[in-house]
Design a protein around this ligand. Structure first.
Ligand code: ZN
Length: 160
């Protein structure tokens, strides 16, 4: 079965920057799973996997526009400390998770005040050209429920 619209694709991947420094590697855990065609993974990687089947190895070098976007210089925002899980542990330069109405997102701490924190909303990998090394481990039909929700159920990816 080919990776395409409304299929669930399981894969292992590693991603490096252009210096060859490994940034992430899924092979220490379970394969990742995503529902094809619903914006669940970065667009360039989804397009690179299109049409591939279980067992295929796929290499893709993605410019920032096809990965996590270009860095925006005006993406700093002042956020009340209560939105951070562990505000007391924050330090400038570290990446932390911010809770929002739309879920969580990674931000970089720029500056810490007494009641607010200035954060950089750029994705930590924004502005980087990334080299992906992917192995597709399985492709299956999505359930109607998964398609209506727009994401994969089970496999440790998502809980209701
Ligand atoms: Zn769901």
């Amino acid at each position: 079965m080919q990776a395409e619209q409304d299929k669930v694709v399981y894969f292992h991947y590693s991603v490096s920057d252009l210096d060859g420094t490994e940034i992430e590697n899924s092979r220490r855990g379970e394969p990742m799973a995503f529902l094809f065609g619903h914006g669940n993974i970065i667009p360039g990687l989804e397009q690179a996997l299109r049409g591939h089947v279980a067992g295929d190895q796929v290499q893709a070098v993605l410019e920032p526009e096809q990965a996590y976007g270009v860095r925006r210089e005006d993406a700093t925002q002042r956020v009340p400390k209560k939105y951070f899980a562990e505000a007391a542990k924050l330090k400038p330069g570290m990446t932390t998770v911010l809770r929002t109405d739309h879920g969580t997102r990674s931000v970089m701490v720029v500056k810490i005040g007494s009641s607010v924190v200035d954060v950089d909303l750029n994705h930590p990998l924004a502005g980087k050209t990334l080299s992906f090394d992917v192995e597709i481990t399985d492709v299956r039909e999505a359930t109607p429920e998964e398609i209506s929700h727009g994401h994969v159920h089970g496999g440790g990816q998502h809980r209701h």
